[in-house]
Design a protein around this ligand. Structure first.
Ligand SMILES: CCCCCCCCCC(=O)SCCNC(=O)CCNC(=O)[C@H](O)C(C)(C)COP(=O)(O)OP(=O)(O)OC[C@H]1O[C@@H](n2cnc3c(N)ncnc32)[C@H](O)[C@@H]1OP(=O)(O)O
Length: 181
């Protein structure tokens, strides 16, 4: 069995709900502002995507950002399997959610995922390093439109996952009002 050629797929997974409307501008990157987080999310160690205290988490490691593109690496762990030896699709979607979230927060406002769309292009083995990137395609009021991809083995390796998301700006209280403890 062969892996389908990604060249025959559409350029991105975006539906109309994750495509910025005409005229939506891409704002200047504001950089992570510690005042936005109030200690709630900045480098939150318990984060399943990036936290060091999440034992089975993805532990995404940011490798930098420039020109509006944030980059990270993710090494697929045994705890992240779906089929034997291969990453679970939901885990890969989580990695993309995290990446798009970072790209949104770099705009200098608080965002949460409203909608996440994912294309899975090829299987990703346990032990492989996924090279991830994400960027903003536009902002329209409270809505930010993000895109990203993950490539296997190298930044220019074969694409394994692509995502598009709609993130919605929320007030600080969003992160405290529904907490159970
Ligand atoms: C340094 C920190 C780094 C952080 C990285 C974090 C990465 C991880 C990110 C996450 O996973 S966040 C957790 C998962 N997401 C959530 O828990 C969000 C749960 N949903 C909500 O809280 C609310 O539904 C939400 C804040 C998204 C929207 O509710 P609101 O009442 O504030 O707004 P509203 O429903 O009026 O929607 C605002 C606009 O967004 C649109 N919208 C909202 N959800 C949508 C959706 N799913 N699809 C399409 N459009 C959507 C909606 O139509 C509307 O468009 P218009 O302004 O044009 O009318």
């Amino acid at each position: 069995m062969t892996t389908p050629s990604v060249d025959r797929l559409p350029a991105g997974p975006a539906s109309s709900r994750t495509t910025p409307p005409p005229g939506a501008a891409v704002p200047e990157e504001a950089g992570p502002d510690p005042r936005l987080t109030d200690g709630v999310l900045a480098g939150y160690a318990g984060c399943f995507g990036c936290g060091e205290e999440s034992p089975h988490g993805l532990r995404l490691r940011r490798t930098g950002h420039a020109d509006g593109v944030v980059r990270a690496e993710y090494v697929v762990q045994r705890a992240h399997q779906g089929a034997p030896g291969l990453a679970h699709g939901g885990v890969l979607a989580t990695a993309m959610d995290e990446m798009l979230g970072w790209a949104a927060w770099l705009l200098g406002r608080r965002y949460v995922t409203g909608r996440l769309e994912t294309d899975f292009l090829r299987p990703v083995p346990v032990g492989a390093t996924l090279h991830l990137r994400a960027w903003c395609r536009g902002v329209d009021g409270r809505k930010a439109y993000l895109e990203g991809e993950g490539r296997v083995g190298a930044p220019d390796g074969p694409p394994a996952v692509r995502a598009a998301g709609l993130f919605v700006e929320v007030p600080r209280e969003h992160f405290t009002k529904e907490r159970m403890n």
